[in-house]
Design a protein around this ligand. Structure first.
Ligand SMILES: [Zn+2]
Length: 129
């Protein structure tokens, strides 16, 4: 277990970076122009936000600076479909919108009709937690 209470095996399985202090400087160390996912926490034992970048992970992360998050972790993924599906898994793993700051269930990228791999409903109807 790490200080945030996330089973270490989960981090290894998902290939996430270690939890890092969520500062401008640390965000600037994330590689430029990669696809991926990130999780933000407020220093508690819970993940507060699960985010995805279909274009540039560093830019997406930087958008959340100054919103009260203290730590972040991220993972690079090769394809947008894989990124979307893992976004759904992390979203449900994190407790869905009842627990996370995420307002909506993850949506697939513009123009794609991919479904949530966790739920059998379409993303807009999915309220699994
Ligand atoms: Zn879902």
């Amino acid at each position: 277990m790490n200080p945030l209470g996330i089973p270490h095996v989960f981090c290894i399985n998902k290939g996430m970076s270690p939890w890092t202090e969520f500062t401008q400087e640390n965000v600037s160390r994330v590689p430029d122009g990669i696809l991926g996912l990130f999780q933000l926490s407020k220093g508690e034992a819970n993940i507060s936000f699960v985010g995805r970048a279909d274009d540039d992970l560093r830019t997406r992360l930087a958008e959340h600076l100054g919103q009260g998050y203290t730590h972040f972790q991220w993972v690079q993924l090769p394809w947008t479909k894989e990124t979307f599906e893992m976004h759904c898994r992390l979203y449900h793993h994190g407790g869905g919108n009842k627990k996370l700051d995420n307002v909506d269930h993850p949506y697939p990228p513009e123009g794609k009709l991919w479904r949530c791999p966790v739920s059998t409903t379409s993303p807009s109807l999915c309220d699994l937690t």
